[in-house]
Write a protein of this length. Structure first.
Length: 105
């Protein structure tokens, strides 16, 4: 699904023009981007959370030449799925992972 698909779906389901739906989607994405730029966490319960993670400086290799290079520290956006999204996509967990219990007579 693309951004255009989301805009089309919003426009059809909520009787909006595609322009209005596009502006709403753009506003939401701009707010998320702005919050992450400021270092804030964005929680959309039960969908998930957007956070900024710090990557430490490290050394790597140029795959073409094999030379060792320094990779600078940087900040990267990350998404962590919430329980509602995990359940919707994967269904309920099975098994429970604990020891098996026998039913009572």
């Amino acid at each position: 699904m693309t951004k255009a698909d989301i805009v089309d779906s919003l426009a059809n389901e909520h009787e909006l023009s595609k322009r209005q739906a596009g502006e709403i989607v753009d506003l939401i994405l701009d707010e998320i981007t702005s919050a992450l730029k400021d270092g804030d966490k964005v929680q959309l319960i039960p969908f998930g959370s957007f956070v900024v993670r710090e990557r430490k400086a490290r050394t790597g290799r140029n795959p073409q030449t094999g030379d060792v290079i320094k990779i600078a520290a940087r900040k990267v956006p990350a998404f962590s799925a919430g329980k509602g999204l995990k359940d919707a996509v994967g269904g309920p967990k099975r098994g429970g992972g604990g020891p098996a219990q026998e039913p009572e007579p």
